[in-house]
Ligand binder design. Structure first.
Ligand SMILES: NC(=O)C1=CN([C@@H]2O[C@H](COP(=O)(O)OP(=O)(O)OC[C@H]3O[C@@H](n4cnc5c(N)ncnc54)[C@H](O)[C@@H]3O)[C@@H](O)[C@H]2O)C=CC1
Ligand SMILES: O=C(O)[C@H]1O[C@H](OP(=O)(O)OP(=O)(O)OC[C@H]2O[C@@H](n3ccc(=O)[nH]c3=O)[C@H](O)[C@@H]2O)[C@H](O)[C@@H](O)[C@@H]1O
Length: 438
């Protein structure tokens, strides 16, 4: 089976490598020539565990190829996926210009039947727009070619992307023809032990499912962050509350971790886009609006705690160490990361900021320039520091040498934004310790 994936970002590259694993011949296409040149040389532009090996293996086997020219390869494909970015527009809506650019290119070049699948996260009605854009170009050329559009939103998580893709909880596919359904069933069969995990539906429902899923997950997190803040005020422990409610199978254990706010390229953007879709339709999504507000507030909680630890004293000139910059562990992605908010507040206050992250240092430097001090390891970051703020729960931060840290810090103060440390343990080592929700 020949398939092309247009947009070789996170999703495009992971899907391309995973589809190639099944024996399909996959061409990943991107307009970014540097990225494609690098990929051809085996240089992977993102950090994702297991991705390098998978890409190199499938390139060597001749099943994974890279191109900058969709027109050159389009008529060799059975399926073309669009996995380009859909960044937020100024008003919060999803910007569809890249998706519609790809549709236009398809219409300008298509000469045989094709299934055009949107994998990017797009609002309800986008597949219709894709259909219209392709048809318009075909009509201009006076070409009568059959094609189908379909929606196949992606649910993978960064840091666990290969596993999520290879063994998904479910695959959601919106179709409007039996022909497209048959082709997509064949494509996904190798990933699924039982077919029940492919959920076929109409296209608008598939498009909405993606936003509803991310919004539900974001809602759980903001809900738990709200509860955590209340726990602090009334003397309860959010970790115990989480265990207490998560054991109810109707609630479930996952995505109930309170912390210093959610980030990433998707939750913030998708929550905003769904709110905008609703507003455009004359309906106000009150729950989601609160989810967003709570998250914005939560991103400021670490700074507030720091201020309180210094009894409102000015933080100017204080040296503050940050452990973790990425929006979550196992990624170098800093989009909408809480660290960005914290760094800005600390710099505005006149602090000296030192930082260490196992993978996101380069990305941080690209965004923040030389406004902060980049350290070679976690211990260098805390040297002479007046406080340590843990913002991303990388595994290597879990069991540090507190004795050594205590000796090198100026003040033994730890603020844990992900609740990974034990208060008693830290207190025994002579640290003042604050976390979220207890
Ligand atoms: N990053 C993630 O974990 C997930 C992302 N998604 C969704 O998937 C979509 C893609 O996300 P990412 O992979 O993170 O995007 P990204 O921003 O990392 O990559 C997008 C790529 O598309 C390329 N591109 C733009 N216009 C193009 C065109 N006309 N032709 C060819 N290539 C073009 C860009 O050069 C870029 O390399 C978004 O809609 C996102 O919401 C869905 C699930 C997970
Ligand atoms: O649409 C997308 O792009 C993806 O968005 C999320 O995946 P991702 O953003 O990679 O990361 P998550 O693991 O969901 O974490 C998002 C944020 O929520 C935070 N989080 C997560 C879980 C939790 O219990 N508490 C919490 O604060 C994380 O620290 C992180 O900042 C979804 O989990 C994926 O299913 C979806 O495909």
């Amino acid at each position: 089976m020949n398939i092309a994936i247009v947009g070789t970002g996170y999703v495009g590259l992971v899907s391309g490598a995973c589809f190639a694993e099944t024996g399909a011949t996959v061409t990943c296409v991107d307009v970014d020539e540097n990225k494609i040149e690098a990929l051809k040389k085996g240089i992977i532009p993102i950090y994702e565990p297991g991705l390098d090996e998978l890409v190199v293996k499938n390139v060597r086997a001749g099943r994974l190829k890279f191109s900058t020219c969709l027109p050159d390869i389009i008529n060799e494909q059975e399926i073309v996926f669009t996995a380009v970015g859909t960044p937020p527009d100024e008003d919060g809506s999803a910007d569809l210009k890249y998706v519609l650019q790809v549709a236009k290119t398809i219409g300008e070049n298509l000469n045989r039947y094709l299934v055009v699948v949107t994998k990017s996260t797009v609002p309800v009605g986008t597949s219709r727009k894709v259909y219209t854009a392709i048809k318009k170009e075909l009509d201009k050329r006076g070409v009568d070619v059959q094609f189908d559009v379909a929606s196949n939103p992606e649910f993978l998580k960064e840091g666990n992307a290969i596993k999520d893709f290879m063994s998904p909880d479910r695959v959601v596919i919106g179709v409007e023809s039996e022909r497209a359904k048959k082709i997509l069933t064949k494509l996904y069969k190798p990933f699924l032990i039982n077919n029940f995990r492919v959920i076929f539906m109409d296209i608008p429902s598939a498009e909405m499912t993606k936003y509803a899923a991310n919004s539900m997950l974001a809602t759980r997190i903001s809900f738990m962050n709200d509860i955590a803040n209340l726990c602090e005020l009334v003397g309860a422990d959010v970790n115990k509350v989480r265990a207490g409610i998560g054991s109810d199978t109707r609630i479930g254990r996952k995505f109930l971790y309170a912390g210093c706010g959610y980030g990433g390229s998707c939750f913030p953007k998708d929550v905003k886009a769904l709110i905008k879709t609703a507003d455009d339709n004359g309906y106000s999504l009150e729950v989601l609006k609160a989810v967003e507000r709570v998250n914005e507030r939560q991103k400021g909680v670490m700074f507030e705690k720091l201020k309180r630890s210094f009894n409102g004293e000015s933080l100017a000139g204080k040296k503050i160490a940050l452990w973790g910059l990425a929006f979550k562990p196992e990624t170098d992605d800093m989009r909408e990361s809480t660290a960005l908010v914290v760094m800005k507040k600390l710099l505005d206050e006149g602090c000296i900021v030192t930082a260490y992250d196992p993978e996101a240092m380069k990305e941080c430097k690209r965004i923040m320039g030389d406004s902060i001090i980049y350290c070679n390891d976690m211990y260098e970051a805390v040297n002479g520091a007046d406080a340590l703020l843990l913002l991303t729960e990388w595994k290597e931060f879990r069991l540090p040498d507190w004795e050594a840290i205590g000796r090198s810090m100026n003040r033994k103060l730890v603020l844990d934004g992900r609740n990974i440390y034990d208060k008693e343990d830290l207190n025994e080592h002579g640290f003042e310790y604050h976390c979220i929700g207890k």
